[in-house]
Design a protein around this ligand. Sequence first.
Ligand code: SAH
Length: 350
Amino acid sequence: MTDKTDLKSMTREELELLLAGWGEAKFRAGQLFEWLHGKRAGSFDEMTNLSKPLRQKLQESCYINGLEAKRILEAQDGTAKFLFRLRDGNTVESVLMAHDYGNSLCISSQVGCRMGCGFCASTIGGKVRDLAASELLDQVYEAGRLSGKRIDSVVLMGIGEPLDNFGAVLRFLTLVRDPKGLGLSHRHISLSTCGLCEEIDRLADEKLQITLSVSLHAADDETRDRIMPVNRKYKIGRLMQSCRRYFEITGRRVSYEYALIGGVNDGLETARKLAALLRGQNCHVNLIPVNPVAETPYRRGSRKSAEAFRAELERLGLAATIRREMGTEIDAACGQLRRKDREEEDGCAS
Ligand code: SAH
């Protein structure tokens, strides 16, 4: 299987090239694309408007990737969490949330993660592998099919670091907006990164209309070095350069994620540092009371301190909201369900 081509990860142009090499007319690639992404065919036999010899050739050198839901958990507030099993048995999570502006799906970009953030469950066992573009797409296709809901927006904010899987993510962004597939506008897609600056710059150069979310979580290098190893490579000053550049090139307002960790980064002094750091940027700050992960030492501060932090940012002219919590009773916080499932399967977490 591994030496075969993952057809669902190929762009329309690549399909045209592949089929042209076999002497097929250009419009055949369009038909194939429609089978894969419009009708979501699971086998070549279904593709009845393609000739038998062509289907045979496809069968011999290509495969149609797929995933299946191993578990689906639903919370009172309508949030649904999917644990998807990939073809090789690995699992990833996606979370579907109903907002007043529509249904938003949070998808994973890698099996595990190698970024090592100190408060995060997804990185504890390291990175197992990157996801293929087809596996990013199939999370969206399957969550939509299984829930019967329209997916109005997608956030790349699940397990993994999307910019550490740049090629597949870019392919996904090309495929997901294709009108013959999901036809999802880039304006309804957000990508969250821990701050890989060179890749942020590359992404800006693609001039896409997606929203960039940056996981900042600290206002000074000393704190950020401690909780996010990526900061040892790219300091906050360097990160801010890339964020400003992203806005200049794309015109898209950057949004910052800030996990409030009791006694670590949630004091008013820190709020003032954060306001000074972001002053003058057209941006938005999402405050997230940290989700406690058993293996980490980080805990939440009080609701009152979170409110005070937000109020201080606002007083200093920064737009900030405290993220509403959804689906806590189903372990909606990213990476936790996959870990729990693995512990139950083999009696050890990794
Ligand atoms: N690697 C990317 C995207 C995946 S993490 C990134 O770092 O942005 C998605 C978001 O969840 C990030 O903002 C991350 O910092 C945050 N996060 C991870 N663990 C968390 C926890 N225990 N509590 C609150 N937010 C957490």
